[in-house]
Design a protein around this ligand. Structure first.
Ligand SMILES: NC(=O)c1ccc[n+]([C@@H]2O[C@H](COP(=O)([O-])OP(=O)(O)OC[C@H]3O[C@@H](n4cnc5c(N)ncnc54)[C@H](OP(=O)(O)O)[C@@H]3O)[C@@H](O)[C@H]2O)c1
Length: 322
């Protein structure tokens, strides 16, 4: 089958198209799907550099997220049948076929294509989880970092839906997108985001901060979070690692700091994961969560797409067509 092979963990340039990759076999609890659309995520970029914790070692077939049709069932799979259209995450999504763990495979919403369903778990699920564990409440101010990205766009829409005032940070050329999604303010991610948020909130800070930019932006997000009652949910590190000391948490930034990883959430809190998926289904039925409109590229263009994502040069959800 056709697949994108990562040969070394030195970045997207070491990813190449092969035409003779073996079709994988579904093991116990797994299904084999014919991939109709693969989602591109920042995690794919991290994986190409070996910085995604627990990811595969090179060489490997790249890609974590795909939508597709179930074509074979492994042992001990219940609730799924051949011909079902599902969306899920596993290893080897940038290929014509991939194996998905059956437990994490969600149905593609009725009437939606696979492309439209991309991001259901990794973008909308992550955004909703961040808002839930960050205890969003109507009337609060929410800062969303990387607001024009895959997760960011979903977060802006959902926070607005929850009745929050949303401040989105992003590169300036993406600000129209951020405002169109419902954000009241769009901030230049290269400006002093902490100071800007304090200015916009009469020095109180944001009640909830969704932080995935990492690096210096992590420090800015700390400064932007309201002291004592403010919550900051950390689920990414696009700009690199950052640290906070116990001294800072005590004296400078006495805030609620919350970590989030969707894979860990699904594993450690399966009831919460199920609740989140059910809530997304309700939001889809209500039209709050519309069918996705990813920018779709050919499989062979994967390395360039990942390089653009790494450079912060993309807007919204990206997909590859196998
Ligand atoms: N923990 C989880 O379970 C989980 C699940 C899904 C995603 N994530 C994380 O959530 C974040 C968003 O993921 P995504 O797939 O939707 O990606 P994305 O937001 O579409 O792309 C990343 C964006 O981050 C911004 N960014 C800020 N500083 C950056 C830097 N130094 N280098 C590169 N980009 C920078 C860029 O937007 P601007 O230029 O507009 O700022 C870039 O477009 C990622 O950090 C990802 O790892 C975590």
């Amino acid at each position: 089958m056709r697949a994108l092979h990562q040969t070394e963990l030195t970045g997207p340039s070491r990813m190449c198209l092969v035409t003779d990759a073996p079709v994988p076999t579904a093991g116990p609890g797994e299904v084999l799907v014919r991939v109709t659309a693969a989602g591109v995520n920042f995690a794919d970029v991290m994986q190409t550099r070996g910085t995604y914790a627990g990811g595969p070692r090179a060489p490997y077939v790249a890609g974590f997220e795909a939508a597709g049709e179930v074509v074979a069932l492994g042992a001990r799979v219940s609730g799924l049948r051949r011909g079902d259209h599902v969306i899920g995450t596993g290893y080897g999504a940038f290929a014509e076929y991939m194996v998905l763990p059956a437990a994490g495979a969600a149905p593609v919403p009725a009437g939606w294509t696979g492309e439209q369903a991309l991001g259901l778990v990794l973008n909308w699920g992550t955004a909703l989880a961040a808002l839930r564990i960050g205890h969003i409440a109507a009337g609060e101010t929410v800062l969303v970092q990387a607001a024009a990205g895959g997760v960011g766009q979903a977060a802006v829409r959902l926070a607005t839906h929850h009745g929050a005032t949303v401040i989105g940070s992003a590169s300036p050329d993406k600000h129209d997108v951020v405002r169109a999604l419902g954000a009241t303010h769009a901030l230049d991610r290269n400006a002093d985001v902490g100071a800007e948020v304090l200015r916009l909130t009469a020095n109180r800070g944001a009640d909830l901060v969704l932080e995935s930019a990492g690096g210096d932006a992590f420090r800015a997000a700390l400064a932007a979070t309201r002291r004592i009652t403010g919550r900051m949910v950390v689920y990414g590190m696009a700009g690199g690692e950052a640290a906070i000391s116990n001294r800072e948490l005590d004296f400078t930034h006495p805030i609620h700091l919350i970590g989030l990883h969707m894979g860990t959430l699904a594993q450690e809190a399966p009831d919460l994961f199920t609740e989140l998926m059910a809530e997304l289904a309700t939001l889809i039925a209500a039209g709050v969560y519309p069918p996705g409109r990813p920018t779709v590229h050919e499989l062979a263009d994967g390395p360039e797409v990942l390089a653009a994502l790494e450079a912060g040069a993309t807007v919204g959800k990206l997909a590859l067509r196998p």
